[in-house]
Design a binder for this molecule. Structure first.
Ligand code: COD
Ligand code: ZN
Ligand code: ZN
Length: 376
């Protein structure tokens, strides 16, 4: 490509600080260094944790920063020593990299990587710098992906090559929200055919849990939310019934116990509320239930529960990015979508041009959208 090895000037949505609208700016994107890949972003979803940064509720974020971590695009150029990825390839940047060498990567049971960006929100890629500049100022890259930009640079361990015919304006959701929920049902809970499930929280991730439970063959999928407006979509995704805790004057775990002959086989917390995590745990069957935490609670929050809940046979687990080993599994998820194993289109409620990004955030904050996909 004519641009290879050169700085690219393009548009990006820069977040100069919390509680300010994103500002579309001209930025410079440096060429990829060794083991890095520069990508032309084609589409990107607006995910909940982008909004958490914007509203100032995620700690330790370095500003200014380019948000966006649910994107898909086409490789523009690659740095030296990059193998398996070439210009023109369709790719998805990864929020959890897969170096393939660390203790987590070599363990088939883990999908973490020591080079991960989670909990380390310094906005730098592996080489410890960033590739964006605006008005002479270095700009950080959220989760090492920075997809709210026409071009971004990622580490080669944080990008997956996907099928040449993949529709980028939909499979971008496989970069975070969809995979996070779907995998928590299939990989972390390992939901069994004929089992009963309860899903607390019906945002884009909770709906993806429902889709996963359905694909796994659950016989009952009970969707739980305090907002009745979420129920129609949940049923469309595969919920068999929907309940609102506000409609009952007793704890929701008691209601679920009555509905399911003493508790569900699998419960999922997809909100990030420690009180709901405790309810989800209590909702699972005492002899063999499993509870999966998907939501991230505020950093100071603590869960508290009677250890007898665990002693009597329940299992409590957490799931990040749905347990998928990112580089290995994302290409297969894209093919599964193309082969209609699941329908993630149900999650896409809005499509907007990149310039209307702030409108997209408003839709998410108001609870009007599940996912807005921005096209660049
Ligand atoms: N009881 C029942 N439902 C509730 C309650 C409650 N007490 N409180 C809120 N809800 C419902 C809301 O009405 C809403 O429908 C739903 O819960 C939450 O929806 P969203 O739109 O906020 O959620 P998602 O699906 O977009 O995101 C859920 C996450 C769990 C991913 C998110 O909240 C989170 O924890 N984000 C941070 C985690 C993170 O960094 N993830 C990786 C990158 S995103
Ligand atoms: Zn996300
Ligand atoms: Zn690793």
């Amino acid at each position: 490509m004519a641009t290879a090895g050169k700085i690219i000037k393009c548009k990006a949505a820069v977040c100069w600080g919390p509680n300010k609208p994103l500002s579309i700016e001209d930025v410079e994107v440096a060429p990829p260094k060794e083991h890095e890949v520069r990508i032309k972003i084609v589409a990107t979803g607006i995910c909940r944790s982008d909004e958490h940064v914007l509203s100032g509720s995620l700690n330790d974020i370095k500003f200014p920063i380019i948000l966006g971590h649910e994107g898909a695009g086409i490789v523009e150029s690659v740095g030296s020593r990059v193998t398996g990825i070439k210009p023109g390839d369709k790719v998805i940047p990864l929020i959890i990299p897969q170096c393939g060498k660390c203790r987590c990567c070599v363990n088939p049971e883990s999908n973490f990587c020591y080079k991960n960006f989670f909990g380390k929100f310094d906005g730098k890629i592996v080489e410890n710098t960033t590739r964006f500049t605006c008005k002479g100022i270095g700009i950080h890259s959220f989760l090492g992906t920075g997809t709210f930009s026409e071009y971004t640079v990622v580490d080669d361990i944080a990008v997956a090559k996907i099928h040449d015919d993949a529709p980028l304006d939909r499979v971008c959701l496989i970069g975070c929200g969809f995979s996070t929920g779907y995998g928590s049902a299939l990989n972390t809970a390992k939901v069994k055919h004929g089992s009963t499930c309860a899903v607390f929280g019906l945002g884009g991730v909770g709906l993806s849990v429902i889709i996963g439970c359905k694909v796994a063959g659950a016989s009952r999928i009970i969707a739980v939310d305090i907002n009745n407006n979420k129920f129609a979509k949940a049923m469309e995704c595969g919920a068999t019934e929907c309940i609102n805790p506000k409609d009952y004057d007793r704890p929701i775990q008691e209601v679920l116990a009555e509905m399911t002959d003493d508790g569900v086989d699998y419960s999922f917390e997809v909100i990030g509320n420690t009180g709901v995590m405790e309810s989800a745990l209590s909702s699972s069957h005492f002899g063999c239930g499993t509870t999966i935490i998907v939501g991230v609670a505020p950093s100071s929050a603590k869960m508290s529960f009677d250890p007898l809940l665990i002693l009597t046979g329940r299992t409590l687990k957490g799931s990040t990015f749905g347990g998928w080993k990112s580089k290995d599994h994302i290409p297969q998820l894209v093919c599964d979508y193309m082969n209609k194993k699941f329908n993630l289109d149900l999650l896409i409620t809005h499509k907007l041009p990149f310039e209307k990004i702030n409108e997209g955030f408003k839709l998410l904050c108001n609870g009007e959208s599940i996912r807005t996909v921005l096209t660049l």
